[in-house]
Write a protein that binds this ligand. Structure first.
Ligand SMILES: [Zn+2]
Length: 266
């Protein structure tokens, strides 16, 4: 479901672009970044987990890191400066010659015919999202391609249970199970970013309120500090939060169960 907090910016432009912006899931991000910094780029990566767990965000950051032309040995973050990095995530997704991203439902025969040549090139990254939507007649060929990949293939699915068993068993050993961040992880992330960017908040309850209003979903939470930076004078006020999420109901005050307002008033 689309979150409704972007004002004047496309969701893809404000999506976190560094591993440093990933909230929670340290048990997955740490081994992944360790293997990148030690030069062991994974050939196949399979992200599973609920909506909001950060699968697409992490897939794109991973691709940025792999395709970065200036990443120093021993590091894992994209440099943000080279020809590959120096573009918005939206441009990265649409206009990168070595990166191909598509939903599995959009796979057709022609694309699949090309894919085996594409992933034979060690420098290319292909990301197939919502893998459960792949058409049955393509599954067998896709399994074969997975066995031969020399570039990098990233898969993601919200519905692991809907993937054919034979294909799933092929992917299991590459699986990273992401979970939606916990409220405390989101709040800790906000505190870190706020400090780094010299933003202030009035009380911790405000951060809890934001985390809950955004249902702890990775992408909107990941970009929230940047939004505060862009839209306020540097201080998080209750008025600004009311503007984003609607007035807080009096009964919710003081605890951490403020509900997501599906129709924020801005
Ligand atoms: Zn770079």
């Amino acid at each position: 479901m689309a979150t409704k907090i972007s004002i004047g910016m496309s969701a893809d432009d404000i999506r976190p672009a560094f591993f440093d912006g990933v909230i929670g899931n340290a048990d997955i991000v740490t081994p992944l970044t360790n293997s990148i910094s030690s030069g062991h780029i994974p050939r196949v990566v399979f992200f599973t987990g609920a909506t909001g767990a950060g699968k697409t965000t992490l897939a794109r950051i991973l691709a940025r890191s792999i395709l970065c032309e200036n990443r120093p040995p021993g590091s894992f973050e994209p440099c943000d400066n080279c020809d590959s990095c120096h573009r918005s995530i939206a441009e990265f997704v649409g206009n990168h010659i070595d990166y191909d991203e598509r939903g599995a439902a959009d796979i057709d025969k022609d694309w699949l015919d090309d894919l085996k040549f594409v992933v034979a090139r060690p420098w290319t990254v292909v990301f197939i999202d919502e893998l459960q939507d792949i058409r049955h007649e393509y599954v067998k060929r896709m399994r074969k391609i997975v066995e031969q990949v020399r570039g990098v293939m990233i898969f993601a699915t919200t519905h692991r249970d809907k993937i054919e068993a034979a294909f799933l068993s092929r992917l299991c050993s590459y699986e990273y199970r992401l979970r939606r961040p916990k409220t405390l992880e989101v709040v800790d992330y906000f505190k870190r970013r706020f400090q780094e960017w010299e933003l202030t908040y009035q009380n911790e309850q405000q951060l809890v309120r934001v985390a809950n209003a955004l249902r702890c979903e990775m992408r909107p939470c990941g970009e929230f500090p940047r939004k505060v930076l862009a839209e306020t004078n540097g201080t998080l006020t209750d008025g600004y939060l009311d503007h984003l999420f609607g007035p807080e109901s009096p009964s919710a005050g003081g605890n951490s169960t403020a509900e997501w307002d599906p129709n924020p008033t801005y």
